[in-house]
Design a protein around this ligand. Structure first.
Ligand code: F6P
Length: 360
């Protein structure tokens, strides 16, 4: 029988425990595998912090938020770029390979986002057997239509927008809400459409403050004296989009204090004179119980991973394409970010209901 190691890495999100349960139930009950739970992502694999999981460990966790295994942002391949870790004393990848052998693993199952799956791919290139599962509230993983965690975050953000609506209306204010999403606009676009945002700013469509001002003033002329502006944390202005990476970083440090939502609010006030308030939703977007859809997706991905394990199909990431659950080579998501394509139907949907995407 096989022995598998399982870890969760990168930012946590709702659905991780449902996915762990999916992998473990199927691997244990169906395929009689032994399962080693590795603590705190790749950090645990470096430190040798791992233990045998028993059925009681993965029972009753379907609905729980966060991850029972713990997580970290450890990226072991960084040590190969000269980032020497005195505690580890040598190349972290070599330590991981040694511990993989010591634990007698036949495969390592990694649940995480872009960084996690990229590390998984690089470890597979080093000769380890790895299977990845796509998790993130950002939905920005190449090779899958959807990641688990995304749907729950969209629901939470939508509820927040709904609550801002009533107070915006009462006070005749412009309410800016800043959402996460890293370098992609998926979360803001979906929650913005679900919550009826009047303006949605995503990194893929650089914004022009004049266009935003025109839209808000027109709304006011039409008798709508309040507005909701959804800002993705990665949103950028037209001017910024033209800058090189270094220049942009400097400009952002100077202007986007304490965060981009505040900059947009200041720009709106200066442009329109309208009273503006900011809400940065932050980690609430990642906390708490998974939505029903995420439980289903995470469970499906988990059991699909167990099927790959049973067949010995390694070097893959489980994925959803259309209505089909399958897998892609780990090289597909590695080192890439899935942003919202220009011609995505949601962009058109938003515009069709009168939402301004910041550029016209
Ligand atoms: O990838 C998930 C995410 O929540 C992003 O949306 C956000 O940019 C980032 O993680 C925050 O990172 P951290 O948890 O390290 O603060």
């Amino acid at each position: 029988t096989k022995t598998i190691g399982i870890l969760t890495s990168g930012g946590d999100c709702p659905g991780l425990n449902a996915a762990i349960r999916g992998v473990c139930r199927a691997a244990y009950d169906r395929y009689n595998m032994s399962i080693i739970g590795i603590a705190n992502g790749y950090r645990g694999l470096i430190d040798g912090d791992a233990r045998l999981l028993r059925p009681e460990d993965f029972s009753g966790i379907l609905t729980r938020g966060g991850t029972i295994l713990g997580t970290s942002r450890e990226k072991p391949f960084k040590s190969r770029n000269g980032e020497y870790d005195a505690d580890v004393g040598q190349d972290k990848v070599e330590v991981i390979k040694e511990n993989y052998k010591k634990l007698n693993l036949d495969c390592l199952v990694v649940l995480g986002g872009n960084g996690t799956n990229t590390t998984g791919y690089l470890l597979s290139q080093e000769g380890l057997n790895v299977i990845g599962l796509p998790k993130t509230i950002d939905n920005d993983i190449v090779g899958t239509d959807m990641t688990f965690g995304f749907h729950s975050a969209v629901s939470i953000a939508t509820e927040a927008i709904d609550r801002l609506h009533s107070t915006a209306h009462s006070h005749n204010r412009v309410m800016v809400i800043e959402l996460m999403g890293h370098k992609a606009g998926w979360l803001s676009l979906y929650a913005g459409v679900a919550g009826g945002g009047d303006i949605i700013l995503i990194p893929e469509i650089p914004y022009d403050i004049d266009a935003i001002g025109r839209h808000l003033l027109k709304r006011a002329r039409d008798g709508k004296s309040f507005s909701i502006v959804v800002v993705a944390e990665g949103a950028q202005s037209v001017e910024e989009a033209k800058m090189d990476k270094k220049e942009r970083k400097k400009y952002r440090e100077k202007t986007a204090k304490p965060s981009i939502g505040y900059r947009v609010a200041r720009e709106i006030e200066a442009e329109t004179g309208m009273e503006t308030r900011v809400t940065v939703l932050g980690y609430l977007q990642r906390g708490g119980i998974p939505s029903a859809w995420d439980r289903v997706l995470a469970t499906t991905f988990g059991t699909a991973a167990a099927e790959l394990l049973a067949r010995g199909e390694y070097g893959k990431m489980v994925s959803l394409k259309g209505n089909e659950v399958g897998s892609v080579d780990l090289s597909e998501p590695a080192g890439r970010v899935k942003t919202v394509p220009e011609d995505h139907y949601m962009i058109d949907t938003a515009r069709s209901v009168g939402t301004c995407l910041g550029n016209e």
